[in-house]
Structure formats: C-alpha cells, structure tokens
Design a protein around this ligand. Structure first.
Ligand code: AMP
Ligand code: ZN
Length: 114
C-alpha cells in the first residue's frame, strides 16, 4: 500500500518515534498527542480497519492488545490507568485507514468520549 502513511512508517520509509517493534507490530508516538502519553500500535501488514481483519488473522488483535498493555506499563501509566481506542470507520473519527490502536494516558480521561 504505497499511499498508506502507516505502511510507510511500518517500512521505515517515513520516520516515526518508535517505542516498540517486533516482527508483526510497530508502536510509535502519535504526531499530534491528545494526552501526555499517546502511542499508536499497528500491525505491519495493511488492513484498513477492524472490519477488514479476517478470522484467520484474529491472533494479531490479541497480540497487539497485550503489547498495548506492555507499552502502557513501560510508559508508566499501567497502574494509574489508560485508554485504548480503536476507531473504526468514518463515524468513529477514523482518519488513517490502516488499523491502529491508540494508547492514551497520563491524565484523567473523560467519559463519554466526544
Ligand atoms: P484516527 O483518527 O483514529 O485515524 O487516528 C489517526 C492518528 O494518526 C491521529 O491521532 C494522528 O495524529 C496520527 N498520525 C497521523 N499521521 C501521523 C504520523 N505521520 N506519525 C504519527 N502519527 C500520525
Ligand atoms: Zn497501510
């Protein structure tokens, strides 16, 4: 997906501030943070949203989610609390159509979300 910015970040064609990487996942600082800690975790493989993840790839979801927990711990927000956001589709506010989990924390979150 040459025109996908998160594919470019995953392949290191575009720079990012990486906080975690393995064979299947990259996590990096959000360029426009909405909280003191704001990390994005993505699969390196392109899927435009949760709606496009096939059953056969369901393990990637649990893998990313547990890595988000590890990242939250590493960022020092694991115990006080953090929010993981997975915007899916236009109405959710999804702007980048390469699935990504937001890990947000370092301040008290409000509810309901906007
Ligand atoms: P969403 O609205 O859920 O699609 O979130 C997209 C997120 O990607 C936003 O929080 C943006 O600030 C973030 N973002 C967009 N471009 C970049 C980039 N080049 N590096 C890091 N984060 C980015
Ligand atoms: Zn992509």
């Amino acid at each position: 997906m040459e025109d996908c910015i998160f594919c470019q970040i995953a392949s290191k064609k575009m720079p990012s501030k990486v906080v975690y990487e393995d064979e299947n996942i990259l996590a990096f600082q959000d360029i426009n943070p909405q909280a003191p800690v704001h990390i994005l975790a993505i699969p390196k493989e392109h899927y435009s949203s949760l709606n496009e993840i096939p059953q056969s790839k369901k393990d990637i979801l649990s893998h990313i989610l547990l890595k988000c927990r590890q990242i939250a711990e590493q960022q020092g927000i694991g115990q006080k609390g953090y929010r993981i956001v997975l915007n899916t589709g236009k109405n959710s506010g999804q702007d980048v159509f390469h699935i990504h989990f937001h890990v947000l924390g370092g301040r008290k979150m409000t509810w309901p979300p906007g």
